[in-house]
Design a protein around this ligand. Structure first.
Ligand SMILES: CC(=O)SCCNC(=O)CCNC(=O)[C@H](O)C(C)(C)COP(=O)(O)OP(=O)(O)OC[C@H]1O[C@@H](n2cnc3c(N)ncnc32)[C@H](O)[C@@H]1OP(=O)(O)O
Ligand SMILES: O=CC(=O)O
Ligand SMILES: [Mg+2]
Length: 560
């Protein structure tokens, strides 16, 4: 066959870097040779430490599986008891009363979030984003244009133009967790560490514009997810220092809020802040991943089975204790103690149900602000006025309540409080709902959507994980489930029947055509396998990641 003379466009990559994702000129404007060299340098410097940290996670889990309980580390008592503070709060983000979150792609949503009236927008490459190549790269392009202030979007179907207001939310970016690879970028022949791609590209292109504009001399600002130990925070601190050096900006410019959203990390709050003390802007109660982590950590402990997912809220003792300890720790160290996400979203077609949902959000936010939280999260712009009213009403003109100091409730929290088993019943209806939600979320994620509305609640990777691991846990330990007054055992046979019936119900709800065209059947198979796996998969997004990887020959190789 004659060789084609057409040259397929490809990325200009530095030595040792291979980009396997689809070529797109817009993506190439972010995947520049220098930016990729920066990401590669980070990967080469920190990959050993990341590998070790992931091995330590597995080692800790082996100990929990053998019966050990999480505890405060005696080796770091001096850090917990020491009298030290984090760097002063940057004036640009002193007021974080309401933060909206959402995926970094679609573009329209980024503009809506920045215009939403929230103080902060957390642009997400994590729980809310399915990490397809297209989503990740469009996300980077969106954020670059957002920081430059030039982002716009035309919705042709609705004849609507989107552009930034004069006043916008301050941008925080949440890269992926340490565990996720980026299979479209190979560095020295191995997949890049996903979060270093997210962080590296964003930092490289935006640090100067961000500091000149949004950050008022500091920044960029980040949220750091899913850490389990302070050694992981130490790696981030090293990454930040290296990035600051490379950019020629002073140490402490980059700031980050760490999500305390794993059970082991709740025993490491001081240690995490200490590692990041020059770069910290507080901690956040990532409540959904925290519940997921409780199940994961105690997967071999039949005495700690969760009740139905709907019953595991912030009123449970272990959740309340974690929130109090986080507030106490943050205020003692002079930084924000951020609340978490209520899962309710506006209900468009039922005013009474909408008001009831709003009331639940108000109640949740009132509990947070009364406990001492300095700000909180909103999943949807429609919730912001109600949340602002609660927080601003309580704060009475103060930007935060850090100066109120450490709380007594937090000082009294013990290791036993943090692991007290949640109370409530376990039902076959709970197993069904987990299945319906898990399958639909997975189908959406495989199709490229990382956050979706399901049954009037926001669902993302963290909430879907609870559905998956709860089913697994109940099956693993043969939990007794209430089936309308009759007790049945959770078994693989019961799950198989439930999956079959719930798939039929989902098909009826979404319509046969959408069901056939979507990835529901595949999602059903994956979800059933994950719930019955002999060993619990660490993350559903890791297990299913290969199904969304799309290597593109033209991207890496020049045509002959
Ligand atoms: C556990 C955790 O990690 S929580 C943090 C991660 N999760 C998230 O960030 C979830 C964020 N929220 C969302 O993704 C969305 O609100 C969803 C998927 C739950 C619902 O989205 P939709 O179905 O599009 O909501 P809806 O149709 O009511 O949207 C109305 C408008 O609000 C916008 N909107 C909705 N949510 C958001 C948001 N979070 N940020 C910005 N804009 C939003 C929509 O883009 C739409 O705009 P338009 O009128 O210009 O078209
Ligand atoms: O990231 C937030 C959570 O609740 O999980
Ligand atoms: Mg999370």
């Amino acid at each position: 066959m004659a060789a084609s003379s057409t040259v397929v466009p490809c990325y200009d990559t530095p030595e040792g870097v291979d980009v396997r994702g689809r070529y797109d000129p817009a993506f190439a404007s972010v995947l520049t040779r220098d930016a990729l060299a920066f990401v590669a340098a980070l990967q080469r410097e920190f990959r050993g430490a990341v590998r070790y940290a992931m091995e330590q996670r597995r080692e800790a889990q082996r100990r929990y599986d053998a019966g050990e309980l999480p505890r405060f580390d005696p080796a770091t008592r001096a850090v917990r008891e020491g009298d030290w503070k984090c760097a002063p709060v940057p004036p640009a983000v002193a007021d974080r009363t309401v933060e909206i979150t959402g995926p970094a792609e679609p573009r329209k949503m980024v503009i809506n979030a920045l215009n939403s009236g929230a103080k902060v927008f957390m642009a997400d490459f994590e729980d809310a984003l399915s990490p397809t190549w297209e989503n990740l790269m469009h996300g980077q392009v969106n954020l670059r244009d957002a920081v430059a202030g030039t982002i716009s979007y035309r919705d042709a179907a609705r004849g609507r133009e989107y552009k930034l207001n004069d006043q916008t939310a301050k941008l925080f970016v949440r890269p992926r967790g340490w565990h996720l690879p980026e299979a479209h970028v190979l560095i020295d022949g191995e997949p890049a560490i996903g979060c270093l791609v997210d962080f590296g590209l964003y930092f490289f292109h935006n640090h100067a514009a961000f500091r000149a504009g949004q950050g008022a001399g500091l920044g960029p600002f980040f949220y750091l997810p899913k850490m389990e130990h302070s050694r992981e925070a130490r790696i981030w601190n090293g990454v930040f220092e290296r990035a600051e050096q490379a950019a020629g900006i002073e140490k402490g410019s980059i700031r980050a809020t760490v999500l305390v959203e794993t059970l082991p990390a709740a025993f490491q709050m001081d240690e995490i802040l200490y590692e990041l003390r020059d770069h910290s802007v507080g901690l956040n109660c990532g409540r959904w991943d925290y519940i997921f982590s409780y199940v994961k950590t105690f997967r071999a402990h039949p005495d700690r089975l969760l009740p139905d997912r709907a019953l595991v809220g912030m009123a449970q003792h272990f959740m309340r204790s974690y929130s109090h300890l986080l507030i106490h720790t943050c205020h003692r160290r002079g930084v924000h103690a951020m609340g978490g996400m209520a899962a309710q979203i506006p209900i468009k077609d039922d005013a009474a149900a909408n008001e009831a949902a709003l009331e639940l959000v108000r109640k949740d936010k009132l509990r947070e602000v009364r406990a001492g939280h300095d700000g909180t999260w909103a999943a949807h712009p429609g919730l912001i006025p109600a949340i602002r009213e609660v927080f601003e009403g309580h704060l009475g003109g103060r930007p935060n309540q850090i100066a109120a100091g450490a709380s007594d409730a937090g000082a009294a929290v013990t290791a036993e409080d943090l692991i007290e088993p949640p109370r409530g019943g376990r039902t076959v209806d709970g197993l069904r709902l987990n299945t319906r939600v898990g399958v639909q979320y997975l189908a959406a994620w495989l199709a490229g959507s990382g956050s979706v509305p399901l049954y009037n609640l926001m669902e993302d990777a963290a909430t879907a994980e609870i559905s998956r691991v709860q089913n697994w846990q109940w099956l693993r330990h043969g939990a007794a489930l209430d089936a309308g007054g009759v007790e049945v055992r959770a078994t693989p046979e019961l799950l198989a029947r439930v999956v079959g019936e719930e798939m039929a119900r989902v098909e009826a709800e979404v319509g046969s055509q959408r069901f056939r065209r979507g990835r529901y059947a595949e999602a059903g198979r994956i979800f059933a396998r994950q719930c019955t796996a002999p060993e619990l998969d660490d993350f559903l997004t890791l297990d299913a990641y290969n199904l969304i990887v799309a290597h593109h020959p033209g991207a890496a190789d020049k045509a002959e």
